[in-house]
Ligand binder design. Structure first.
Ligand code: SAH
Length: 456
């Protein structure tokens, strides 16, 4: 019988998909954050439940060979990275295992899982940050929420972000202090500035600064504009996002351009991509190029196909393949993203496209009713995965191939299992790491219609 506060000896044998190490004491599972496979430790038990418990490191007896020097002063408090203390090679092996286990255990998928493809950059790879800003009574704090908390950890130079984000964040923080701009208080639902959201178009060196406010304007905004463009010359767009709702959702639905353009333009897989603040865009640009090349490979396009890109965002995946298909239809629920997608087709001289702003379920049902028979469907849903009706309608449209792209291999596995009951088989899975140092990993799947020629 284990007791709270008891100290036990443990060897870490696995890492969960939340980033906690796993060890056993007499067959009883203990999760220990901040550990690596092979660590031998003395652990203090801090929480015990019926079938498992949690411990914290009391003493390191023998460190794992996977461990590397921690190079971030806020790593332990911050909720962003979870695998910074582990070599990237070991991180990739862990992520390979997560994807494989989810597919096998949740989906019963036995298809081969190809060796994971790593991110070209392991640090400074992000093109986007959304930093909460709060005043806890001790002064204005700007950075990241702490692990499982809404306390802001001061950090303007996150190692996952490009160095110039720091200039922007510090400019906004100093401006708030000097001009006495109030910051948001979640409990009281008052105060003005909620988040500082920055997005970079890395290929063109254009930066957008979006200030999320619980109000309609920022006092002395002319001064802030001047300071931002003086301190960070790549800033080409400064936007206000109005979010007056009592919610954890970061962005509101309305944007107002304060200065410069209302969008920035990146280049992805050779396609110019306009992005407004509300449009989804992959945070790791070089990683996304790898991902889209694999998606194109799995789609096996010949030039004759009708390609349906459900959950298309600003049109990025479909547009990168438009030259290889007869027609592309994209579906996306966010109006600003669909506007971007349409404009992106025009800006790139791509004319064989149709973009529909609708919920995937409704749009798929409508397209099916119109008798649409896509040859290939790309499904790239948000983390919660696809609704069962979407999967049913896609299967009813009878495409030869389905390419699924997902940043959540648990919901992916669930959705693949559904498609397998609807006449599709999983041919292969390719994990791609787009989010080094964090517990996130992307995966791409090729499925073919059972009995079709693509079957292997
Ligand atoms: N394929 C795009 C976007 C993928 S992210 C890319 O690679 O950039 C998932 C997208 O699905 C987001 O743009 C989100 O706005 C959209 N989305 C979420 N729920 C949806 C729904 N019910 N119907 C259609 N699109 C939805």
């Amino acid at each position: 019988m284990l007791l709270k506060n008891e100290i036990v000896k443990i060897e870490i044998v696995d890492i969960t998909d939340e980033g906690n190490g796993v060890g056993k004491v007499d067959g009883f599972t203990i999760f220990v954050p901040g550990t690596a496979v092979g660590d031998k430790l003395r652990v203090r038990l801090v929480k015990l439940q019926k079938h498992f418990g949690y411990g914290i490191i009391e003493e390191m007896l023998e460190p794992s060979p996977d461990r590397i020097e921690m190079d971030c002063s806020v790593y332990r408090q911050c909720g962003g990275c979870s695998l910074r203390h582990i070599s990237y090679q070991a991180e990739l092996a862990i992520k390979q295992n997560w994807v494989t286990q989810h597919l096998r255990r949740i989906g019963g998928i036995t298809a081969p899982v190809l060796p994971i493809i790593g991110s070209p950059q392991q640090d400074r790879y992000r093109n986007k940050t959304q930093c909460p800003i709060r005043d806890d009574g001790q002064g204005v704090c700007l950075g990241m929420f702490g692990k499982r908390s809404h306390r802001v950890i001061q950090c303007t130079d996150c190692k996952l972000n490009p160095p110039h984000f720091k200039l922007i964040l510090q400019t906004v923080q100093d401006f708030c202090k000097e001009q006495h701009i109030s910051t948001y208080n979640e409990e009281k639902h008052d105060g003005l500035l909620r988040h500082v959201y920055i997005r970079d178009a890395q290929a063109t060196d254009e930066t957008m600064v979006c200030l999320v406010i619980n109000g309609d304007e920022i006092p002395h905004s002319d001064l802030l504009i001047k300071q931002l463009i003086a301190n960070c010359p790549s800033v080409k767009s400064i936007v206000l996002n109005i979010n007056k709702a009592k919610t954890n959702v970061i962005l509101g639905k309305t944007c107002k351009t304060l200065w410069g353009k209302d969008h920035i333009t990146d280049i992805l897989c050779g396609v110019k991509i306009e992005l407004s603040p509300l449009s989804f865009y992959q945070v790791n640009r070089e990683g996304a190029e790898q991902l889209y090349h694999i998606a194109a490979d799995f789609a096996e396009l010949t030039g004759n196909e009708l390609l349906l890109d459900l959950y298309c965002g600003a049109g990025t995946i479909g547009l990168s393949m438009a030259h290889k298909v007869h027609e592309l239809i994209g579906v996306e629920i966010i109006p600003a993203a669909i506007e971007n997608a349409k404009q992106n087709a025009i800006n790139n001289g791509i004319t064989n496209t149709r973009f529909i702003c609708d919920d995937a379920k409704g749009a798929a049902a409508m397209l099916k009713q119109q008798g649409l028979t896509p040859n290939v469907v790309i499904l790239d849903p948000p983390r919660k995965g696809c609704e069962p009706e979407v999967l049913q309608t896609v299967a009813d449209m009878n495409p030869q191939r389905i390419v699924m792209v997902s940043c959540n291999s648990a919901t992916l596995a669930r959705d693949l299992a559904v498609l397998q009951t609807l006449g599709y088989q999983t041919i292969k899975a390719q994990p791609v790491d787009m989010f080094p140092r964090t517990t996130h990993v992307e995966a791409i799947i090729m499925m073919t219609k059972c009995g079709s020629e693509g079957e292997k």
